[in-house]
Ligand binder design. Structure first.
Ligand code: NAP
Ligand code: HSE
Length: 324
């Protein structure tokens, strides 16, 4: 049995979920993959905060305690770009594999992928886009034989949860946002969700996978901040719903990227995506449309995507997760 030591950066919504999920799945993972996964240190900001189910002897407020001590792989779940970027660069430089859910960082620092390749380590990032949906794997491997025409979807769980609460419970936007925050779906600053920035970051990652060599010739980002109950009622009158839709589409000379609230007919496959679920429709030239849908945010669904990357890397059965 190969023992694998994980350094965990961050123990909030997703990090705590990862610890819990690993303790539930550990025996199955040993049997199925022949690896014994263990978390050896956990970085947090507040060392005094009580944390249910966490061995306090593992907790540290020094990133170096985690990254510089011997470990096989570092999981980054602190979010943001500054510290997270510095920690991931250090981990890669020390030859550690990295798994992250940090779309803000990956969208703004794609050079991390070439850095990982240069140092012969893997960078897993399935959890950075659409929570539990394996959309990164599908785009990396499932369309090798086809040309992708477009990727269109609901990629932000918070906005979809907010729109669902407004539509079904008649809530106003601020109260619906508070509920999404309480459920752990929102970013540290929920303006990133509501303003469409989080969706735009995820769309950039998806577009790089779907259209690796094409430049973005047009980028438009809008959020749901201006959506009011009256607009939702008006859409309902027309047998339609409002969803925050992200789309990357092949156009002459490159790819057009757009994020914005759209009125979509009930018959659209994305119209039935409710709550914090996400849905992505990938259209291939030969294969037609493929729909992926499922939980796009939240502690355990996101932890499941993180853990799948960890297993893929350490059990050696995942192709290089890094993209150029
Ligand atoms: P969170 O609940 O805010 O947790 C962040 C954790 O990181 C906390 O444990 C915090 O410590 C620690 N931390 C933050 N900054 C730190 C720093 N500079 N030094 C040391 N520790 C630091 O965040 P989250 O919701 O788990 O999200 C984590 C990442 O996953 C983000 O990149 C997010 O975009 C991504 N993600 C989240 C979800 C979701 O549903 N929440 C889904 C997909 C992807 P304290 O506990 O002491 O505050
Ligand atoms: N804040 C993000 C969302 C978390 O609501 O989709 C998942 O990436």
């Amino acid at each position: 049995m190969r023992r694998v030591s994980i350094g965990l950066l961050g123990c909030g919504t997703v990090g705590q979920g990862l610890v819990e999920l690993l303790s539930c799945e550990q025996a199955r993972i040993r049997n199925q993959f022949g690896v014994d996964l263990g978390i050896h240190r956990i970085l947090v900001r507040d060392g005094e905060k009580p944390r249910r189910g966490i061995d306090s002897r593992l907790v540290t407020t020094s990133a170096m305690d985690v990254i510089d001590s011997p470990c096989d792989l570092v999981v980054e779940l602190i979010g943001g770009t500054h510290s997270a970027g510095a920690f991931i660069r250090r981990a890669i430089g020390l030859g550690r594999h990295v798994v992250t859910a940090n779309k803000a960082l990956l969208a703004s620092a794609p050079e991390l992928f070439s850095m990982a390749t240069l140092h012969g380590v893997r960078l897993g990032f399935e959890a950075s886009v659409c929570g539990a949906l394996p959309v990164v794997r599908v785009l990396q491997h499932g369309f090798a034989g086809d040309s992708i025409e477009s990727v269109r979807g609901i990629v932000n769980g918070t906005c979809n949860y907010v729109l669902t609460r407004m539509e079904e419970d008649g809530l106003e936007l601020p109260e619906a946002v508070r509920q999404a925050q309480a459920r752990g779906f929102a970013e540290a600053d929920p303006a990133f969700d509501i303003g469409g920035v989080d969706s735009a970051q995820k769309l950039r990652i998806l577009a790089r996978l779907a259209f690796p060599n094409l430049p973005a010739v047009k980028v438009e980002t809008d959020g749901i901040g201006a959506v009011r109950a009256a607009a939702i009622d008006a859409a309902r009158e027309r047998d339609s719903v409002i969803r925050l839709i992200a789309e990357a589409r092949r156009v002459p000379g490159g790819v057009a990227l757009s994020v914005g609230p759209r009125v979509i007919a009930r018959g659209d496959p994305l119209a039935s995506v409710r709550e914090e679920n996400n849905g992505v429709v990938i259209r291939g030239r030969a294969s037609g449309e493929l729909l992926l849908t499922g939980k796009g945010a939240g502690s355990m669904p996101t932890a499941a995507a993180v853990l799948a990357d960890v297993i893929g890397i350490v059990a050696g059965n995942m192709d290089q997760a890094a993209v150029a």
